[in-house]
Design a protein around this ligand. Structure first.
Ligand code: MN
Length: 203
């Protein structure tokens, strides 16, 4: 799936949703990540890593943990365009992923498989290989995190977890103690309330 936005565009009607169409490219910057809190049919967190011009994405129902003993299920989803890094708003009723989206955390990251005798393993190769190890520099989430693929097929299942390093902290509840937007400081309710009419269902 890496490197194509066809599935992303096919699922969306850009005359109805304010999500980015994917026309923009970013260049000359450190690779970024975003973790979006998404209240669609079920509340979940979307973890996206910028790799080769797209955001490689996983839906993580329970979100990130700072405790290396906690393994979180992650489902690979379609690649998203890079300007989705800053998308916060409401996807209208009837559209794919309808519900409120918050930029819960964002920042830059680096590949940490290099330097461990795996220098040739770039990010795209790591995703294909089913083993991704990154150092996240967010405002809430920081340190080493890993994605390990446990099942292939149509909807590949992965595990997402904190690696054991100095940023690990079994005592902190990341999602519970810091619920608001890293971008705007807003709560889910405020994002929903402040969404323009254009974000809402046309009646
Ligand atoms: Mn989602």
């Amino acid at each position: 799936m890496t490197g194509t936005l066809d599935e992303y565009r096919r699922k969306r009607d850009f005359s109805k949703t304010k999500e980015p169409t994917g026309g923009n490219v970013r260049s000359g910057q450190d690779p970024a990540f975003v973790i979006q809190k998404h209240a669609s049919a079920h509340l979940h967190y979307d973890v996206r890593l910028e790799i080769d011009g797209v955001l490689v994405s996983w839906a993580v129902p329970k979100g990130p943990s700072a405790d290396p003993a906690v393994r979180r299920l992650a489902i690979r989803t379609e690649d998203h365009p890079p300007d989705y890094l800053g998308f916060e708003g409401v996807i209208p009723e009837g559209e794919y992923g309808a519900g409120t989206v918050m930029v819960w955390d964002t920042g830059v990251y680096r590949n940490i498989r290099a330097g461990k005798g795996e220098e040739s393993m770039d990010m795209a190769g790591s995703v294909r290989d089913g083993k991704v190890e990154v150092w996240l520099e967010g405002s809430k989430v920081s340190g080493g995190y890993a994605f390990i693929r446990t099942r292939g097929g149509e909807k590949p299942a992965w595990l997402f977890f904190k690696m054991a390093d100095e940023k690990a902290d079994p005592g902190i509840d990341l999602t519970g103690s810091m619920p608001d937007s890293a971008l705007t400081g807003r709560s889910m309710e405020e994002i929903e309330r402040e969404a323009g009419d254009g974000d809402r269902k046309k009646t």
